[in-house]
Structure formats: C-alpha cells, structure tokens
Design a protein around this ligand. Structure first.
Ligand SMILES: Nc1nc2c(ncn2[C@@H]2O[C@H](COP(=O)(O)OP(=O)(O)OP(=O)(O)O)[C@@H](O)[C@H]2O)c(=O)[nH]1
Length: 213
C-alpha cells in the first residue's frame, strides 16, 4: 500500500477571539467559509496532507480558543508545536496589539526551534481596515517572521500562509526528516529483500516436499 505521508507536524493557531482562526482553518482544510462566529472551546484540530519538496507532510493544525478563560488549557499545547500562526484581524487594532502578548507566551512555553508566521486576516474588509499593511509587515520583521494578509472569506493567501509555515517547519527539521526517510527506505528495502527470501523459502519447501516423496 502507498505511504499516506512521510512526516507529521503540529501547527498551532493563536490570536484573539474573533480574528478568524477557525474560518482560516476550515477554508484551508475543507475549502468552506461559514460567516457565523461560534467561539472555539479550548482547542480543536484538523488535518491536511501537503507535498513539499517531494515529501508528503501531514499537518495537524490546532485551532485554539482566543478567549482568555481558556488560556490555561491552550498553553498546554504550545510545548508540542513545531509551527505557530499568529493571527490578528486587520479591522481590529486591539487584536494587532495583542500579538505581542501571544508572541511572548510562545517564547515562554513553546520549544526554541518553533517556526512562526504572522497573519493579518479579513483582508477582504478593506473599508473597515484599522491596521495598515505596512504596520503588519514591520511587526513581522521585528520578530523575524514572514507576513501574510489573508481572507478566509475570499480564500486569498490562505493556502500560501499554511504552506509557508509548513515549509519553514520542514526546513527546520530537514536533518531529522532525511534520517527518518533514509531509515524508512532502508526498512522498505530490507522488507523487500525479506519478501524475496521468503518466496525463495517457499520454493525450497516445495522442492524438499517433492524430495520427501
Ligand atoms: N469578512 C471576513 N470575515 C471573517 C473572515 N474570517 C473570519 N471572519 C468572521 O469573523 C468571525 C470570527 O471567526 P472565527 O473563525 O470563529 O474566529 P476565531 O478566531 O476562531 O474565534 P475564537 O474561536 O473565539 O478564538 C466570524 O463571524 C467569521 O465569519 C474573513 O476572512 N473575512
């Protein structure tokens, strides 16, 4: 049976309540958009497999609740994240200002090698914009992150943002992945040899049986 994926990475989405984390995730994994806002309770996740540099990467994307009261629960997920997507809403100045707080939490609780990107969501809402695009890219630059403006509603740049963070995580873990794929190839080669030996064995058995009679 063909391998369904080569590696599995965990990504975490962080940002204030209502910035559109769930909608972005649903757009990316199910290509749908629901305009209603049902606040995430604690955490939820969805999966998708991407092919990056010929490697099948399965991403498990954790969608966290932005509401303060769930922070104790959501912080428990930081430790196992390999990539983080910080999200603010371009129509909400406060959600942008809070990115500093989300980033300091990641500093404190996530592994040092975690890869991060910054996303300003709701780019379709130009008339209601409160955060100029260059402010977003400046903040991203300060943190050494790449920056995207997305819209879960129109689908603009959604795939690019998720794919890019996956690529960054893959680059960060390239050595481990190469070793893993190397040993997987060795394993498959050995298994194929064993299978060949196995079929030789059954021929021998047939001959032996033939000799016995
Ligand atoms: N115009 C527009 N609205 C959006 C977009 N993305 C999300 N929304 C709306 O914003 C609201 C909140 O979206 P959610 O995805 O539920 O927000 P969230 O960040 O997951 O919120 P919590 O689960 O409470 O943390 C919903 O009413 C969405 O329809 C977008 O790209 N454009």
């Amino acid at each position: 049976m063909a391998k369904q994926y080569d590696v599995l990475f965990r990504l975490l989405m962080l940002g204030d309540s209502g910035v559109g984390k769930t909608c972005m995730l649903r757009r990316f994994t199910e290509n749908c958009f629901d305009p209603s806002h049902i606040s995430t309770i604690g955490v939820d996740f969805k999966m998708r497999t991407l092919e990056v540099d010929g490697i099948k990467v399965r991403v498990q994307i954790w969608d966290t609740a932005g509401q303060e009261r769930y922070q104790t629960i959501t912080k428990q997920y930081y430790r196992r994240a390999q990539g983080v997507i910080f999200v603010y809403d371009i129509t909400s100045e406060s959600s942008f200002q809070h990115i500093v707080k989300w980033a300091s939490d990641v500093d404190e609780y996530a592994p040092d090698e975690v890869r991060t990107i910054l996303v300003g969501n709701k780019s379709d809402e130009e008339l209601r914009r409160q955060v100029p695009k260059d402010q977003g890219s400046k903040l991203a630059e300060t943190y050494g992150m790449e920056f995207f403006e997305t819209s879960a509603s129109t689908s603009s740049k959604i795939s690019e943002a998720f794919t890019r963070v996956t690529e960054l995580v893959l680059q960060a873990h390239k050595k481990d992945v190469d070793n893993l794929l190397g040993s997987l190839d060795d394993y498959l080669e050995k298994a194929a040899l064993e299978e060949e030996k196995g079929s030789e064995g059954s021929d021998c058995d047939t001959i032996r049986k033939a000799c016995a009679c």
